[in-house]
Design a protein around this ligand. Structure first.
Ligand code: 5GP
Ligand code: MN
Length: 316
């Protein structure tokens, strides 16, 4: 598949939908909104549909146009962003019923579920793929579009700190800065501002932090009751898994969060230098990136904890 195919498909389509993975993060939201703005430059209006997301990203251009549900039965074209697997795609029905399907993603294990699959596993963010793609397609990286792009890059690289950041990442950032994108402002909004419930939850999960394997594994958890008490909303758990990872000597941080109505826990894994947590998550039925991965497991805190620790002990 070439990039020109994507351009052709967009030009041919009338009704376009943009979708992303469940519990959308900054890269999911940023890439979806950037794509909406790009499609508009080609003279088309696309629906961006995703589940309720963190209010942290409400400042992004066009965020107020995001819909939670589709009103259109069948789209001409569906574009999936930042999603490795149809099972994780929010609004998968709209994707499956669309006449043509495109996906753009940066996960190393991707099931190639579209007609056109544009997957670059070494890109640190889906937004970084988009910026190169738009330049090739002659789509102007406006200040608005650049703001969405940088929000995705900043969130997925933890503020340019992860090892998958490339020289290109900084070159793109420099280019965006020259175009008037306020990187400092976006950075502060998406990474350096905690909501009050997020702060309350960080106290709680810090107090519950346990260490295993000579301090190489940090483990903590959160229940639905904790979220309710903290007044947590969508996205208020974001970043809690980093508390463990940022502690000296810790290689893998495990954070588990009770999933509503599912009798189990959503597992978040982060590693610092050498453990491939994507492989660990894969063993537990999930997936992700080498240094950030996740999965779901049925059971109590103790049961899920035992299961994850058993897997981690094999690789640590
Ligand atoms: P998080 O810990 O932020 O929920 O997820 C980190 C990364 O792990 C995500 O970007 C995603 O790639 C991956 N991930 C999280 N949960 C799942 C899951 O249930 N299945 C798969 N395949 N990947 C997941
Ligand atoms: Mn991403």
């Amino acid at each position: 598949m070439t990039l020109d195919n994507i351009l052709e498909e967009i030009k041919k389509a009338e009704k376009i939908v943009i979708l992303t993975h469940e519990t959308p993060d900054g890269d999911a939201i940023g890439s979806s909104l950037a794509m909406k703005l790009a499609v508009r430059q080609l003279g088309k209006e696309a629906d961006v549909i995703m589940p309720k997301h963190s209010r942290t990203f409400d400042f992004l251009p066009e965020a107020n146009t995001i819909k939670v549900q589709s009103e259109i039965e069948r789209y001409d074209l569906a574009i999936s962003l930042d999603c490795a697997d149809l099972k994780r795609l929010a609004g998968a029905e709209s994707f499956e019923s669309a006449k043509r399907k495109i996906q753009i993603d940066h996960h190393s294990i991707n099931t190639m579920f579209a007609d056109h699959n544009f997957v670059n596993p070494v890109a640190p963010a889906c937004c970084e793929i988009l910026i190169g793609m738009f330049e090739y397609l002659g789509i102007e990286i406006t200040q608005e579009l650049g703001t969405c792009i940088i929000a995705g890059i900043i969130t997925d690289t933890g503020g340019f700190q992860y090892a998958d950041v490339t020289a290109e990442t900084f070159e793109f950032a420099a280019e965006l800065l020259r175009k008037g994108v306020n990187i400092s402002n976006v950075y502060q909004k998406v990474l350096s501002t905690n909501t009050k419930p997020n702060f309350e939850l960080s106290r709680l999960v810090s107090n519950r932090m346990e260490f295993f394997e000579d301090g190489k594994i940090a483990f903590t958890y959160m229940n639905l009751e904790d979220e309710r008490k903290a007044g947590a909303q969508e996205g208020d758990h974001e970043g809690l898994v980093n508390i463990g990872r940022n502690i000296e000597g810790v290689e893998v941080s495990v954070f588990i969060r009770e999933k509503e109505g599912a009798n189990g826990y959503k597992i978040s894994l982060r590693s610092k230098e050498y453990v491939n947590v994507a492989d660990v998550a894969l063993m537990l039925g999930g997936g992700g990136h080498i240094r950030a991965a996740g999965c779901f497991s049925i059971g109590t805190v103790e049961e899920v904890k035992a299961k994850v620790l058993a897997e981690l002990k094999k690789v640590i």
